[in-house]
Design a protein around this ligand. Structure first.
Ligand SMILES: Nc1ncnc2c1ncn2[C@@H]1O[C@H](COP(=O)(O)OP(=O)(O)OP(=O)(O)O)[C@@H](O)[C@H]1O
Length: 780
């Protein structure tokens, strides 16, 4: 009875809050309409509002100031419009579900408990009294971490102490309380059960109603430059990262904007998968990119750049190709910080001698020979950095070019080209000359001036690419400089006699030099090459970025991390990963090396061991696939045991899997992935299966959006994603047999939330024998 009365009281409060929210929505709608009108009006009348006068320099400055002022006002109004729209979207969402939690807290020194309601954002009444607190408010920590009794929480102004009386959770939909329960130490196993038991869709969701204690500590962590989160598959690393972005944006709302936060994710499809979490919390999205995208932006089109997925395909398929082992050793070496040391040593040397330059060539004539450039470079102050000297050198070369331009005007080819100029250019020349003092319309002098103008015009146009060449430092031959490290296998050991080189160094050198000769840059060479380039040309750092998130960090090499640190010199970093899912070849098997990045004092490490994604049955199965898997704790949510189906041949896979898909769909599963090892196998599977299941989709590396429905996907693109049900296409030894493939197999199986089905059309993967037979069901 008391419980019913309590529920009634809470529903009354929900009704009252919803009414207030509704009121605010209406007011905000009117306001956004008004701002929109104003912005449109302003854009339309932009030029009427500014006074334009280019009469003299003073007027010009005034005009520019007036334009700027007007543009600023417009930008400001647009910003308020965007802000109001976001708030509106949040309120609309909150009208449906205004809050998810309540805590009753008595602050020390007070006599009465205050009830604090928590939702995705804060809402106040007309008097400014809080009706709902933002989940990121300092006091909300008590909800996520505190248990009834004496508690404390941190605020920017200091610590607050008091007593937590009660913690209550709500599920509110369409303004009605669907369920409500009081909880103790951990929040909401019931609610978590309910949330995790749902079917997934193609977009990641926020977890603010059920953030777990250990996750909350990561989300609200402050003070250290580097936060490293090492967590089991499905332990909520990505979720935690995204809520942390939202928290940072709230905590530092006066100084941090979403554009100053960047998330590195494993592939473009993952970007789309996570892209709705922050907007759903009323925040703007952070910047999202992949390491490959950053490489491509910076390296431009100088090379044919291999992407990580092609490298991966090679690593997964090329075992029988000659030079396979050497390539793997090469990858390990080139991704280590040892190789960064090689490049640093090489750069030291290049500071003294050995830079390779290119001639500046014009119409097949050498205008500035490489030797001249080299002489000039090495006569600059050697105490300055290479990049500092390079910039001075470029200035010198541009001056030199200007002198040459002057001389060039007298050359016969200029006269020929003037003859070929079009009428419009002549008219331009005429207009320009007319403006000059002393122009008389018919004097012979004018003709001479016109000729001079046209000659300068022609030469300037023709010299444009040369100026470009110099400004972009193309006179330094960086590809040859990089190639030199491999052209002679003795070069590196001569430079660094103590260096530990990989066994197959000679073969690595031959292969690298040959590939570079073909203008191809292997993925493992791309970051070192870029590092060398940036060190020579001057590091184009991005000081604007204040926080870098790296997800699936086990697939980043130490070299790449060191590079990111250079690239974002003012940023803190949050790095999340799981070495049990390391599918790329790397020199490292843990995150210890990351401590070296900012030092132990600036590094904090967290470990997440509880797995939330998969049912208990799936976690019990998958954790036996890896060493130390017993550390992984399943969350107690039940489902069917994984199944194993052995078939005779591929044809049978093509018959049986479509049946399975149908059964899974009948059971209500929406995202169903048939995971193959490689892109090639995915294509074959897709071709074979779509005859019996035509609406199947094939995911390739270029795919950018993730949609519900059955799909075929290669293992490495499934990274970071999750599906209601996973079908492992062909778990045979030939695919998942080598020790190096164990983690890949584990990664594949851990993508499943509710059901996992393994099929095999050959000899079973030996990893299966590590799993107790009572943890899965054999089907025929
Ligand atoms: N506190 C939580 N409340 C509700 N759901 C959660 C919570 N933590 C994690 N989850 C859910 O668990 C699933 C896995 O989370 P997430 O993808 O963030 O894990 P991950 O550690 O990044 O996984 P992986 O390394 O395997 O890619 C998601 O569906 C997420 O919503």
């Amino acid at each position: 009875m008391a419980a019913e009365r309590e529920l009634e009281k809470e529903q009354e409060r929900v009704d009252a809050v919803v009414q207030k929210i509704d009121h605010q929505i209406r007011a905000l709608r009117r306001q956004t309409e008004a701002i929109k009108k104003e912005v449109l009006e302003m854009s339309r009348n932009f030029w009427d509002e500014v006074t334009i006068n280019f009469g003299d320099p003073h007027d010009t400055i005034e005009t520019l100031a007036s334009v700027n002022q007007q543009a600023r006002v417009l930008a400001e109004r647009e910003r308020s419009y965007r802000h109001a729209r976001r708030r509106l979207t949040t309120l609309v969402r909150m009208k449906d579900s205004p809050y998810f939690g309540r805590i009753d807290f008595v602050e020390d020194g007070e006599s009465k408990a205050e009830s604090i309601y928590l939702g995705i954002a804060s809402v106040r009444d007309e008097e400014g009294e809080p009706l709902v607190y933002d989940w990121r408010a300092p006091i909300a920590s008590l909800y996520y971490e505190g248990s009834p009794g004496p508690v404390r929480y941190q605020t920017p102004a200091g610590e607050v102490t008091g007593t937590l009386k009660n913690k209550r959770q709500f599920v509110i939909r369409d303004g009605r309380i669907r369920s409500m329960f009081d909880t103790g130490i951990t929040i909401g196993d019931e609610l978590l059960q309910e949330v995790l038991g749902r079917h997934s869709d193609a977009q990641m969701k926020n977890i603010v109603a059920t953030i777990q204690k250990e996750q909350n500590r990561i989300i609200r962590n402050e003070g250290k430059r580097l936060l490293v989160v090492s967590g089991a598959a499905g332990s909520g690393k990505t979720s935690t990262a995204l809520q942390r972005v939202a928290w940072l944006l709230y905590r530092y709302r006066k100084s941090l904007t979403a554009e100053q936060v960047v998330l590195f994710s494993p592939n473009p499809m993952f970007n789309s998968y996570v892209s709705t979490v922050l907007p759903g919390l009323g925040e703007e999205n952070m910047q999202q990119t992949t390491f490959q995208e950053m490489l491509e932006n910076r390296l431009g089109k100088r090379f044919r750049l291999e992407d990580p997925f092609d490298q991966m395909e090679y690593v997964l398929k090329g075992m029988n190709e000659p030079g396979y082992d050497e390539r793997l050793q090469g990858i390990r070496f080139k991704t280590s910080t040892r190789f960064m040391e090689v490049i640093d040593r090489y750069l030291e040397r290049l500071g003294r001698e050995g830079l390779i330059f290119r001639d500046v060539v014009f119409q097949n004539r050498v205008l500035i020979p490489a030797e001249e450039i080299e002489r000039r470079f090495y006569s600059l102050d050697p105490s300055r950095s290479i990049s500092g000297r390079m910039s001075r050198l470029a200035e010198q070369l541009l001056d030199l070019l200007e002198e040459m331009e002057e001389k060039e005007k007298e050359k016969p080819w200029v006269e020929d080209e003037i003859e070929l100029l079009d009428a419009e250019t002549y008219q331009r020349a005429y207009r320009e000359l007319k403006r000059q003092p002393g122009f008389s319309e018919n004097g012979a002098d004018d003709l001479k001036k016109e000729r001079e103008w046209l000659a300068s015009f022609v030469v300037k146009e023709r010299f444009k690419p040369l100026r470009h060449f110099i400004k972009r430092y193309r006179f330094v031959d960086i590809p040859s400089l990089y190639r030199r490290l491999f052209a002679d296998p003795d070069f590196v050991p001569r430079m660094m006699p103590d260096i530990r080189l990989p066994q197959g160094w000679k073969a690595i050198c031959a292969r690298t030099a040959e590939r570079l000769g073909r203008n191809e840059l292997a993925y493992e060479d791309a970051t070192p090459f870029l590092y060398l380039t940036e060190k020579i040309e001057g590091f184009q750092t991005n000081p604007h970025i204040r926080h870098v998130f790296v997800d699936e960090a086990q697939d980043f090499s130490p070299f790449q991390f060191a590079f990111l640190k250079h690239l974002y010199p003012r940023a803190s970093m949050t790095v999340l990963g799981d070495f049990n899912q390391a599918i790329f070849i790397s020199a490292e098997s843990g995150f210890d090396f990351l401590t070296g990045l900012f030092g132990a004092d600036e590094t904090e490490t967290f470990i997440l061991t509880r797995s939330y994604r998969s049912t208990r049955q799936i976690v019990l199965f998958t954790r036996e696939l890896i060493e130390g898997g017993d550390q992984i704790e399943p969350f107690h949510r039940d489902g069917p045991k994984p199944t194993w189906t052995q078939v005779e041949d591929r044809e049978q896979l093509f018959e049986k899997i479509p049946d399975r898909i149908r059964r899974l769909q009948d059971a209500g599963h929406r995202t169903i992935a048939i995971i193959c090892k490689t892109a090639r196998e995915s294509r074959e599977a897709y071709e074979g299966l779509k005859k019996r299941y035509p609406s199947l989709r094939l995911i390739e590396k270029e795919t950018v959006t993730f949609e519900a429905g059955p799909l075929v996907i290669p293992s490495y693109l499934a990274k970071g994603l999750e599906f209601d049900a996973v079908i492992v296409f062909d778990a045979q030894e030939a695919r998942y047999g080598r020790e190096s493939e164990r983690k890949l197999f584990y990664t594949v199986c851990t993508r499943a939330m509710h059901e996992l089905h393994l099929y095999c059309a050959g000899k079973a993967t030996p990893f299966l024998s590590d799993v107790s037979p009572d943890l899965y069901v054999v089907e025929s």
